[in-house]
Design a protein around this ligand. Structure first.
Ligand code: M7G
Length: 307
């Protein structure tokens, strides 16, 4: 490791330790042994108000390069079982092979805590009347703050991470790594945020938005291939319905990546484009199926449908 790398590591490490040190554990909100993920509720110490935090700890998936390095490393190890030709042991590699990905949401609102908690889920049909009378009310009253989105669009945050930008105010967008992406090509998880601010979600889309959708689809496929060598037939492009954030965005992920986010919310971008090309007002008329979770506000608005 070069001296500048060591310095960077020390700095990042020090900041990280201090950052997590100021929180204390309250309870586990969710865990997943397949994706090696644990999400906890924590409290900021020495603070009486607005002190909730949601912290997501995730062990990384292996990349082939990591395995090659692990074979070459002379790591500390602890033998567990040795029986004939069968051996099981633990190794304790040091930086940079022992990282844990952490997402810290602080201060976290009640909605963040609900979003990341284990919850019973339900499918529900949303007619256009339901959308206008119930869902829109929910969006107006309780939608999560969009500051992080505007920071990206205004280049105030994450500008160095931008993969591609089309600055056109109508058909333009920013393509950048999603916060959840661990950086491995096979796990690609990228986010496209459009410059237009008044498209809340899939429901707001009409035939007028086809140039935007086609523009972003084509330019993002090209950018992902140029930058990461991922061919378009290996990329899943989709929107979530309902999304968590009501500023229109599209997810681009590697076909091998299995997102811990609820897959039942995925609607392929190709299907959206096709529907709008056939029927420009498709999303102003259709009944859409969506998944809602028991503790979220939408559940209260829709529970009469299955009680
Ligand atoms: P969504 O479909 O609205 O919600 O997607 P979901 O989280 O329920 O899937 C929003 C996406 O934005 C998610 O994949 C988040 O991981 C991602 N995201 C959220 N925040 C706050 C950030 C951020 O600050 N930076 C980046 N790059 N991505 C974020």
């Amino acid at each position: 490791m070069s001296e500048s790398e060591i310095k960077k590591f020390k700095l990042e490490g020090k900041e990280g330790v201090n950052l997590l040190n100021s929180f204390e554990f309250v309870k586990v909100l969710n865990e997943n042994n397949l994706s090696k993920l644990m999400i906890i509720l924590a409290l900021k110490k020495n603070q009486s108000e607005n002190n909730n935090a949601v912290i997501i700890f995730e062990k990384p998936h292996f990349a082939q390069d990591d395995i090659n390095s692990l074979l070459a490393l002379n790591s500390q190890f602890e033998m567990d079982i040795q029986n004939d030709i069968y051996n099981k042991f633990k190794i304790f590699p040091l930086y940079p092979y022992n990282n844990i990905q952490v997402q810290l949401i602080y201060p976290a609102t009640e909605q963040h805590i609900q979003k990341y908690s284990v919850q019973e889920m339900f499918f529900v049909s949303e007619t256009i009347e339901d959308y206008n009378n119930l869902t829109l009310k929910f969006i107006e009253q309780t939608q999560l703050n969009l500051n992080w989105v505007y920071n990206i669009l205004e280049h105030k945050k994450e500008s160095e991470r931008i993969i591609f930008e089309d600055p056109d105010p109508v058909n333009g967008f920013i393509l950048l790594p999603d916060m959840k992406w661990d950086g491995q090509v096979d796990n690609l998880y990228a986010l496209v945020i459009v410059h237009q601010k008044d498209i809340l979600s899939l429901r707001s889309l009409t035939g007028q938005h086809l140039p935007l959708l086609e523009n972003l689809r084509n330019k993002c496929y090209t950018a992902l291939e140029e930058k990461f060598g991922i061919k378009r037939e290996k990329v899943r492009a989709y929107v979530h319905y309902q999304p968590s954030f009501y500023h229109f965005h599209v997810h681009f992920s590697h076909i091998k990546y299995q997102s811990p986010a609820m897959p039942d919310r995925n609607i392929p971008l190709s299907q959206v484009i096709n529907n709008l090309a056939l029927f420009p007002d498709y999303y102003q008329k259709s009944t859409l199926e969506m998944v809602i979770r028991k503790n979220e506000k939408l559940y209260d608005l829709y529970k009469h449908k299955f009680e």
